[in-house]
Ligand binder design. Structure first.
Ligand code: ZN
Ligand code: ZN
Length: 509
């Protein structure tokens, strides 16, 4: 669930709200549009306290009575803002599943691969079916291990299905088990966050320093959950933040001769997190010299080139100026110009085309044994294409990643795979005016999706090609945004270069 951030409009000081991770906000009071700065960075927020000190004291006394300390002297209470790392992202992977249905087998270099006749088609039309099938001896439970040829010798059959999962995880940004709050849980989803301005927070309470390393937490926070057997997994659309959450620390003395000295009260819900926390908790809360992170800001949403207002689409990562038609990517505190071209329609369609943005990434793939760097190489690697010609050697390998917001991960994968498989070329066009979909997927996300596209294209009946897809190093050498014309059909959009269909329901604003 998206988290709401609340702040003041820089033009009129009215309250504006936006979803965490979005890039633009419109002020309903004065009508001005603002860019939300800080995209891609780790941003800090805080949650204002709701529970007053007297209530915290009363809750602590209640909780202490509940654990057998009826007459606790709750003398003093201090409000602490405890930092939590919060990670959001969309995980996409291919799940390997055992498939008992499939039969027929042959052997290649010591690894036996079993396929049905339809699997050959799956190999070619993988993008269409969204499923590939691979059966091999020696798979054991570990696909990658088996692909490297050192698995157990039992016959296990595998099919692959694309899977996606929304990730939202949090954990304290310091080692503080005494708090007894291992994560923000659903708290983060129901609360409004405020931009972390230190001066505004320190008048409310004490700010606890961030001590835990973010890269360490990210490695765990974005990892697959236990049950997934994930192949070619990537996490995109990452939003990383530090959320300072308020807790009252009530000094109670605890039981006579007992261990507990403090009671921890959640300063938003009033719930007691730990009735008897040891005295060491205080040392951790009052520590100094933590890690600092940035804060989001708002600035006028204007084209850096011509100064005209840009269309506000909060979920877009790239804005195209309607006046000078330059494309701007939200980057750090402002905009970065990016190369953008418009493809001319090649097939006729009815009505005016709608332009869908694609990131076109020129890249080279390599393993110690094999290099794939042009259309010819790809045609030899992936089946189902026409026979590669000499001219294909002059066309550098390009990956096509749809950048518009597509609701179905399967549809996204299919469109990317089919465009990439065919390696289309196009003429540039300079139409007078166009209707274009926003660019939701960032350049970085497009790069992170390449290994998935490669895996999707690999014919699953060929162990060497599957292995190549999983092990190849991807070296991008150029990225360009290309607007490709699509025509609206009955329930879908069909592109005017290859004739690929995309369900209209999958296209989101
Ligand atoms: Zn305003
Ligand atoms: Zn402009």
């Amino acid at each position: 669930m998206p988290i709401t951030v609340s702040t003041k409009c820089p033009s009129c000081a009215g309250e504006v709200e936006f979803e965490q991770g979005t890039n633009a906000v419109h002020c309903g009071f004065c009508g001005s549009d603002h860019l939300v700065t800080g995209r891609g960075r780790v941003l800090s927020y805080y949650v204002p306290e709701k529970v007053p000190v007297w209530e915290a004291l009363a809750r602590a006394r209640e909780a202490l009575a509940g654990v057998g300390i009826p007459d606790a002297k709750t003398r003093d209470a201090t409000l602490f803002f405890v930092p939590f790392y919060h990670l959001i992202g969309q995980a996409l992977h291919w799940e390997a599943k055992e498939d008992a249905e499939r039969k027929k087998s042959w052997s290649t270099s010591g690894v036996s691969v079993t396929m049905t006749s339809s699997d050959t088609e799956d190999g070619a039309g993988f993008g269409q079916s969204g499923m590939g099938s691979l059966l091999m001896e020696g798979l054991g439970g570990n696909l990658l291990k088996a692909l490297k040829g050192d698995g157990a010798p039992n016959l296990v059959r595998k099919t692959f299905e694309p899977r996606s999962a929304y990730i939202s995880r949090s954990a304290p940004a310091l080692d503080i088990p005494e708090l007894k709050v291992p994560s923000l849980g659903v708290r983060a989803d129901v609360l409004k966050l405020a931009l972390f301005e230190k001066a505004a927070v320190t008048v409310r309470g004490q700010v606890v320093p961030v001590k835990a390393s973010l890269p360490d937490y990210e490695a765990r926070g974005y990892a697959p959950s236990g049950s997934e057997e994930a192949v070619a997994r990537t996490v995109f659309g990452k939003v990383r933040s530090v959320i300072y959450f308020p807790f009252w620390l009530v000094e109670s003395g605890g039981a006579p001769g007992g261990p507990g000295s403090f009671t921890v009260v959640d300063a938003v819900s009033g719930e007691v997190a730990n009735p008897l926390a040891p005295a060491e908790i205080l040392d951790k809360l009052v520590a100094r010299d933590g890690i600092r992170f940035d804060v989001a800001g708002l600035r006028p949403l204007k084209c850096p080139d011509c100064g005209n207002g840009l269309p506000v689409k909060p979920r877009d990562a790239v804005f195209v100026c309607g006046t000078c038609r330059k494309a701007w990517m939200v980057s750090g505190d402002g905009f970065e110009g990016i190369p953008c071209s418009i493809a001319a329609p090649q097939k006729k369609g009815s009505g005016e085309p709608v332009y869908f943005p694609f990131w076109v990434v020129t890249a080279r793939l390599s393993t110690p044994d094999l290099t794939v760097e042009n259309k010819y190489d790809l045609g030899r690697l992936m089946p189902g294409l026409r026979v590669p010609t000499e001219e294909d050697k002059a066309l550098p390998l390009r990956f096509f990643v749809p950048a518009l917001r597509i609701g179905s991960q399967l549809a996204l994968s299919r469109l990317a795979t089919n465009f990439t498989r065919f390696q289309p070329t196009w003429e540039k066009d300079i139409p007078y005016s166009i209707s274009a979909k926003g660019c939701h997927i960032t350049q970085d996300d497009a790069l992170s999706l390449i290994p998935l596209i490669l895996f999707a294209m690999a014919p699953k009946d060929n162990i060497h090609k599957v292995r190549f897809a999983l092990e190849a190093k991807v070296e991008p050498s150029g990225v360009e945004l290309v607007l490709i014309p699509f025509y609206k059909g009955r329930g879908d959009y069909v592109d005017s270069i290859l004739g690929q269909s995309l369900q209209a329901a999958a296209v989101k604003d």
